[in-house]
Design a protein around this ligand. Structure first.
Ligand SMILES: Cc1cc2nc3c(=O)[nH]c(=O)nc-3n(C[C@H](O)[C@H](O)[C@H](O)COP(=O)(O)O)c2cc1C
Length: 240
């Protein structure tokens, strides 16, 4: 499988684990990366510089594959602005593969110089967004990509109040229109099913109609059989 994400990170599958407080620690992170996706090491699990750096190094002992670091930038008593700066600096120093930010954008909340610092060290920066306007902001600020995450998830301030299946094609925007025009499905997600990778089966119209009729007949046959069986069980003899 080859996508922009597999190419960017040199991974087998374009499947990236989202940040999870309390859960995304070295063992789970490395297991996902070793399986061909990208694990997540969630920074807020670590309150000290030493603890966070050790967690990155511990993950590296468990996998030589790339993984993401999750940094949530939201007001918190426990994790302060100083922590956000420290997490980003250590990610650059340790040259992690990528960062998933949720909440406030790095350029506004921490400073645009931090995006420059990550770029210089080759760390890819992604933002988890819930709206088209936040995706455009991330693009303008110099992020390398976004995670489209709709109202059903809980890692960012919700904005457009739509689900991921609706949000993803909305973010694809103009590129999606181009994909409709020239039929190049690699340009952008063309419809909700494709945007989440569900449609691998593209039959001809003839095959599709024949399959629909066959499945309908099978369903009716099974239904009729089930009704007859229950009639027999209860000793009912209806007039047919
Ligand atoms: C237990 C748990 C903890 C999470 N913690 C965070 C977090 O600390 N920061 C964050 O940005 N998202 C957090 N999330 C959201 C996930 O990263 C992800 O965006 C969300 O689960 C949607 O993805 P899914 O539909 O594959 O579950 C958490 C999700 C779960 C289930």
């Amino acid at each position: 499988m080859k996508t922009a994400i597999t190419e960017m990170f040199g991974i087998k599958y374009p499947i990236i684990c989202g940040a999870m407080m309390w859960l995304c620690k070295p063992t789970l992170c490395a297991a996902i990366s070793n399986a061909g996706g990208m694990g997540n090491l969630t920074a807020a699990n670590y309150e000290t510089e030493e603890g966070f750096r050790n967690a990155i190094r511990e993950t590296r002992k468990l996998t030589d594959r790339p993984f993401m670091v999750g940094i949530t930038i939201l007001p918190s008593v426990r994790i302060t602005a100083g922590h956000h700066q420290m997490y980003l600096r250590i990610c650059a120093e340790e040259k992690v593969s990528g960062i998933e930010v949720s909440g406030d954008p790095v350029n506004k909340a921490v400073g645009p110089e931090y995006i420059d610092m990550l770029k210089k060290t080759g760390v890819k920066l992604f933002h988890k967004v819930g709206s088209v306007r936040h995706a455009l902001h991330a693009q303008k600020a110099g992020y390398d990509g976004i995670y489209a995450a709709g109202i059903e998830e809980g890692g960012h301030p919700l904005d457009d109040d739509v689900t991921t299946m609706v949000l993803t094609p909305r973010i694809a925007g103009e590129r999606m229109k181009q994909a409709w025009d020239d039929g190049d499905v690699d340009v952008a997600p063309m419809m909700v099913g494709q945007s989440i990778g569900l449609i691998q089966d593209v039959p001809t119209c003839k095959e599709l109609l024949e399959r629909m009729v066959k499945e309908a007949e099978e369903t009716l046959r099974e239904g009729k059989q089930a009704v007859l069986t229950s009639w027999l069980r209860w000793g009912i003899c209806p007039q047919i």
